[in-house]
Design a protein around this ligand. Structure first.
Ligand SMILES: Nc1ncnc2c1ncn2[C@@H]1O[C@H](COP(=O)(O)OP(=O)(O)OP(=O)(O)O)[C@@H](O)[C@H]1O
Length: 275
């Protein structure tokens, strides 16, 4: 059995297929605090999109709105062409199988082993026999570069980097087409972060994944993104490849990409791309 055996009607989408994510005029509020005001965003099929913005600009709220953890106060969110607010419960469940999420802290169940954590979505969404589910879980664990022995460990017994990989293995359990990552390299040392970037890039290429990645990590932006969406002033003020954003006149974008840390990351990115 292959890992793809669990994929729900995974078709090669025609070129005319709707984009995996379309956000149209999103309004998000918490009481008087308006976080997004008519925010628009499109994520193209197969791209790695970085999402950046100052602290509190609403990156996590945007992610939560897209995956249905926060109900929009206005606007429309379409996933694979389906208006999520109009979707029936059944449709939601079917669509939910098409994406995976790696939350910042990994969000693993502490009382379960890594193998049981990775198997959990398969138990929830498929009727495969237990032995096949555990076999698939082991495949995902291997796919993320964890050693086989990691499967029988509990999250507390893992290093930070291993925990991220375990969270990623679980996010990939159902062979998603779309992967959401919330600050995947936060808390990793530079070598661990670079290795994790490489893993995400390899997986997105080999599995034809579309990736929505919130990050503060300039190295990641230069190393693996196709485009970057910048959140500021309650909206997406720019959505373009990093090389284009370097020429932006917007003060925050200028400071972000052309400040000392941005220039250092650009140098490393150019080196990585020329290899
Ligand atoms: N559950 C909540 N209740 C009330 N306000 C919230 C809630 N979640 C987020 N907010 C507010 O929404 C705004 C955006 O928060 P969000 O966490 O999306 O920012 P962020 O861009 O992800 O920040 P950071 O980069 O620091 O993680 C902030 O003003 C925050 O206080």
């Amino acid at each position: 059995m292959t890992a793809a055996a669990t994929a729900p009607e995974k078709t090669d989408a025609p070129a005319s297929a709707p984009p995996p994510i379309e956000v149209d005029g999103l309004v998000s509020c918490f009481g008087d605090n308006v976080v997004h005001d008519k925010l628009d965003l499109t994520v193209k099929r197969g791209e790695v999109l970085g999402v950046v913005g100052g602290s509190g600009t609403g990156k996590s709220v945007l992610l939560n709105s897209i995956i249905g953890l926060k109900i929009p106060d206005g606007g429309v969110i379409r996933l694979f062409g389906q208006d999520m607010q109009e979707a029936s419960r059944r449709k939601w469940t079917a669509l939910e199988r098409r994406w995976g999420v790696l939350f910042q802290q990994g969000a693993l169940f502490s009382n379960l082993t890594v193998r049981e954590n990775v198997a959990a979505p398969l138990f929830e969404h498929t009727r495969l026999p237990k032995s096949e589910i555990l076999e698939l879980a082991d495949l995902k664990i291997a796919l993320t570069g964890l050693p086989p022995r990691a499967g029988s460990l509990k999250p507390a017994e893992l290093s930070g980097g291993m925990r991220k990989r375990a969270g990623l293995a679980r996010a990939l359990a159902l062979d998603p087409e779309l992967l959401f990552l919330d600050e995947p390299t936060a808390g990793l040392d530079p070598i661990g972060a670079a290795a994790f970037d490489e893993l995400i890039k390899d997986l997105s290429d080999s599995l034809d994944l579309t990736v929505f990645m919130i990050t503060h990590d300039l190295d990641s932006l230069y190393a693996i993104t196709d485009r970057v969406a910048v959140l500021a002033d309650k909206q997406v003020i720019a959505q373009a490849p990093v090389e284009e954003l370097e020429h932006s006149d917007h003060p925050w974008i200028k400071e972000y990409f052309l400040g000392p840390r941005g220039r250092a990351a650009a140098g490393k990115g150019a080196t990585a791309r020329s290899r």
